[in-house]
Write a protein that binds this ligand. Structure first.
Ligand SMILES: [Zn+2]
Length: 436
């Protein structure tokens, strides 16, 4: 009896996990995989399921993927609000508010507005109305420790004394949590990748990190079947929750009669006032024209229904778009037979290029319009032969590396600036040298 109960609990837990990531029921194979069983054990699983039929689970014999749980506690509210996200909005808004001149403080910063309404919605969903509803109430709330209240279960490691406002000023915690940048919604979305990075570093998941990053760069739009396969694969198992935060339903993201996709980055295009479509990223759009890329087939609204997942606009802008260059350079160098590792040591930098044992290049790729002051933050790597910051040739018009290189490199302590074509040429020369 104890054995049966153990299986039952395991199966129920697996089903709940699967339903948490998507409402469509799993196939027998997928459930098998989720339970860590071999596909040859499907018969055993089927037997267990039959013993639970009508008590814990039910399905329709005529329809695949029809298994569902019986007697479940009422489902969690459909609207899912991530507490981390809420906290990022609130802290960012709070810092912005603090920096405003007193006469401008009547306007609530966007972050604070979104954060407060998320908090209020969340508390309503939990059947409690204690969340602050206006600014005075909010400021009163923010001076009290909050770990015990709204965010208790999600932030186990926070000290219970932490407050958002300390002695009338934003606390260290608030300043540490705020998101810097001009477009707060997009910045918050991009922070998911930071969470993935921290999670992977903490658990030494180098291969998983690489697979995740590559996926959101190369496949910003996924057919649902493919998305599901990713979620259930062992490669993404430990990053499943993040995957479901990064990919959203296409039909919920935007409604169109027809969906058009950018031929370069693959992301959903924006409809212009004149009825034509273009990429949300301006430079990507310019490159489509320059490279004369043929349009991709559009998908009609009916085909889209629940069938596609896309990355959030923030991930597209901050990860997919610059990532296209990282992958391009890695592929060009790999074609020469060179060993290239993307995001080595869980994203210490972008590319490790190993020409031979004694010749290793550490590369950071920057898709910048002009040289950014952040350039000085790239550290010279003593474990590599060369440390390079590499830019796409397509940006040279505004970057003018050829002109400014010498001057800027003086400040960089050994870090060199290169265009992609120069790195590829240097790599070829090095290969010739070592074969001669
Ligand atoms: Zn594009």
């Amino acid at each position: 009896m104890a054995r049966v109960t153990k299986h039952r609990d395991k199966i129920l837990e697996a089903l709940r996990n699967l339903f948490r990531i998507h409402k469509q029921a799993p196939s027998l194979n997928e459930l098998c995989k989720e339970l860590g069983m071999k596909s040859s054990q499907r018969g055993t699983l089927q037997k267990w399921l039959k013993s639970m039929r009508g008590i814990d689970v039910e399905w329709d014999d005529n329809f695949p993927r029809s298994i569902h749980l019986l007697r479940e506690e009422p489902e969690e509210a459909q609207i899912k609000i991530s507490p981390e996200e809420t906290l990022r909005y609130i802290t960012t808004g709070l810092v912005e508010w603090e920096q405003r001149k007193p006469e401008q403080r009547n306007n609530v910063p966007e972050g604070l507005r979104i954060g407060m309404s998320q908090m209020y919605l969340q508390s309503l969903l939990q059947g409690d109305k204690s969340a602050p509803q206006n600014l005075p109430e909010f400021f009163k709330w923010a001076q009290n420790p909050f770990v015990e209240e709204k965010f208790n279960s999600e932030f186990e490691n926070l000290s219970p004394e932490i407050t958002l406002i300390d002695d009338g000023l934003t606390s260290d915690f608030t300043r540490q949590w705020q998101v810097e940048g001009s477009n707060i919604t997009k910045e918050v979305q991009e922070k998911v990748l930071q969470d993935v990075l921290n999670h992977c570093r903490g658990n030494q998941l180098e291969a998983e990190y690489r697979a995740f990053r590559k996926l959101i760069i190369t496949k910003p739009v996924l057919k649902y079947s493919e998305y599901r396969r990713m979620l259930l694969s062992s490669e993404f198992r430990s990053l499943r929750n993040y995957l479901s935060k990064v990919y959203i339903d296409l039909d919920k993201f935007e409604e169109h009669e027809f969906y058009h996709f950018c031929p370069r980055c693959g992301y959903i295009q924006r409809k212009r006032a004149n009825g034509t479509y273009n990429c949300r990223n301006k430079f990507c759009d310019i490159l489509c024209v320059k490279q004369n890329l043929p349009p991709l087939p559009a998908i009609s609204k009916d085909e889209v229904f629940e069938n596609y997942k896309i990355v959030t606009p923030g991930i597209h802008q901050y990860v997919t778009i610059p990532g296209i260059w990282e992958i391009y350079l890695a592929e060009e160098l790999s074609k020469l037979g060179i060993r290239v590792t993307l995001w080595p040591e869980i994203d210490e930098y972008d590319l490790l290029v190993e020409l031979d044992k004694n010749n290793r290049w550490a590369i950071d790729v920057k898709d910048w319009v002009s040289i950014h002051p952040y350039i000085t933050e790239v550290n010279y790597r003593f474990d590599a032969t060369k440390t390079l910051v590499v830019f796409p040739d397509e940006r040279e018009d505004t970057l003018r590396i050829g002109v400014v290189r010498k001057q800027i490199e003086k400040e960089l302590g050994g870090v060199k600036l290169k265009l992609m074509s120069e790195v590829i040429e240097d790599a070829k020369k090095n290969l010739n040298k070592s074969t001669n």
